[in-house]
Design a protein around this ligand. Structure first.
Ligand code: PLP
Length: 437
């Protein structure tokens, strides 16, 4: 998709920035604006629609989510156990209905992508396969500010194998005075620990700052020193364009309740590169959903792995949650897929950049990266006046009808999501923020 520039349409002074007509004009010009109608926007207590800028935490339900779920409830009510094998929506192969769409979202091939479990569960399953420590090569590289669940998963995997996190868990951190990871520092850490490095496990998009890491370069550098490279794509999937297969990433996992709108506790995604999917020498936890579909119900106890990432599946999946996720993936398709969404997202990022700069630039600092190729749609905002409590500002935003979140220690995260946020939402947010800081 062609990247449409927005520079000429952006406000150039504070008055223009506060002019709502400009936002409305941008919405009129936006080919994806009608997608908002496909979503249920929560209401503020005064009855108006919230300015919902927290899709980075929980994406919204689509109008059709309920009917997708109802369909499965009805099939259960009328078919009972026969639902497993009846019709196009048969539950036994139900996860296959999501594979192509999910693979398109992350740039994987269909045999590399499966929807299963939760993110942290998948991370454990993947580390069982890809973390094979030896006395010489036992280190895992993560980021210092890793999401706690990722940190716990990695730490416990290291202990489970009889190693000590003090020796085996290494981190890369922002330089003093910066919140962002320097690309050179990541590469240097991979180089430095090279022969001892078993796994590099980093986020695609950092959850606090919204920083996009150079995934292709990280894969190349990690693989070059002999380490497996995996990504946590919790904040990347559905937010930025991904090319997991072409980058050659070894493994990845992501949750589907953030930018993928699969609903609270949605089933997660899991990716393993094609070169590994049929590698039977990889250690793996086994379950009946990973064995050959043809003889699964023969109840034989010889494991005959499905020759795709599906062999990592353990249990038969939660159909109701998968139905909700299908509704959302269909909506992403209706919008034209990730390239169309990202094209709009870049326009919204530029618009919010400009409004913040012109309206509250003297009082609010965005600590997220500036270049478009280094950020997703999430902004990380700090109130600069040390006498102002950022957390209170966040509370006041919420009270005024802006849904956004607060992350310790210092930032208000706001994410304009191209599927359902309008330019008018962005305008309203900045107008409200202006009155609070
Ligand atoms: C949201 C998020 C998680 C959540 O993990 P679950 O297993 O889905 O509860 C984990 N890691 C990162 C980086 C996240 O952003």
């Amino acid at each position: 998709m062609e990247r449409t520039t927005i520079e000429g349409e952006l406000p150039t002074d504070r008055d223009q920035a506060l002019d709502r007509d400009l936002a409305l004009a941008l919405d009129r010009d936006d080919p994806l604006a009608p997608m908002r109608q496909a979503f249920l926007i929560p209401r503020h207590h005064d009855g108006s629609e919230q300015v919902y800028l927290v899709g980075n935490s929980l994406g919204l339900a689509t109008v059709s989510t309920k009917s997708y779920v109802d369909t499965e409830l009805d099939r259960w009510a009328t078919l009972g156990v026969a639902g497993h094998f009846t019709g196009e929506l048969a539950w036994a192969p139900y996860h296959e209905l999501l594979t192509d769409q999910m693979a398109a979202v992350v740039g994987g091939r269909p045999e590399e992508v499966v929807v299963m479990n939760g993110l942290t569960v998948n991370l454990h399953l993947l580390l069982i396969s890809f973390y094979r420590p030896t006395p010489e090569r036992h280190k895992i590289l993560i980021e210092d500010h890793a999401f706690p669940s990722d940190h716990f998963a990695v730490e416990s995997q290291i202990r489970q194998r009889g190693f000590d996190p003090d020796d085996s868990l290494i981190t890369v951190r922002p330089r003093p005075g910066s919140e962002l990871l320097d690309h050179d520092d990541i590469m240097a850490a991979i180089e430095h620990h090279g022969p001892e490095l078993a796994v590099v496990m980093l986020p695609g998009v950092q959850y606090y700052t919204g920083q996009v890491l150079p995934m292709a370069d990280i894969v190349a550098a990690g693989n070059a020193v002999g380490a497996a490279v995996g990504f946590d794509l919790a904040h990347a999937a559905g937010n930025i364009e991904l090319e997991l297969h072409d980058w050659g990433a070894d493994f990845a996992t992501w949750c589907c309740y953030k930018y993928l709108n699969g609903g609270p506790g949605a089933v997660a995604g899991c990716y393993v590169h094609e070169r590994h999917v049929a590698d039977h020498s990889l250690p793996k936890l086994l379950g009946w959903w990973g064995t050959s579909k043809a003889d699964r119900f023969d109840m034989a106890t010889t494991f005959d792995p499905i020759p795709t990432v599906e062999s990592w599946q353990l249990s038969n999946p939660p159909i109701l949650m998968m139905a909700a996720l299908r509704a959302s993936l269909d909506t992403i398709d209706a919008a034209g897929g990730m390239s169309a969404l990202r094209a709009k997202s870049e326009r919204q990022i530029r618009y919010l950049d400009r409004l913040l700069e012109l309206v509250v630039g003297d009082r609010v600092e965005a600590i997220n990266p500036r270049p478009l190729d280094r950020r997703g749609c999430q902004f990380a905002l700090e109130v600069t006046d040390p006498a102002r409590d950022g957390k209170q500002v966040h509370g006041a935003l919420e009270a005024a009808g802006v849904a956004c979140d607060w992350r310790q220690p210092r930032v208000i995260r706001v994410a304009p999501v191209p599927l359902y946020n309008s330019f008018a939402d962005i305008h309203r947010f900045v107008e409200i923020l202006d009155g609070l800081v």
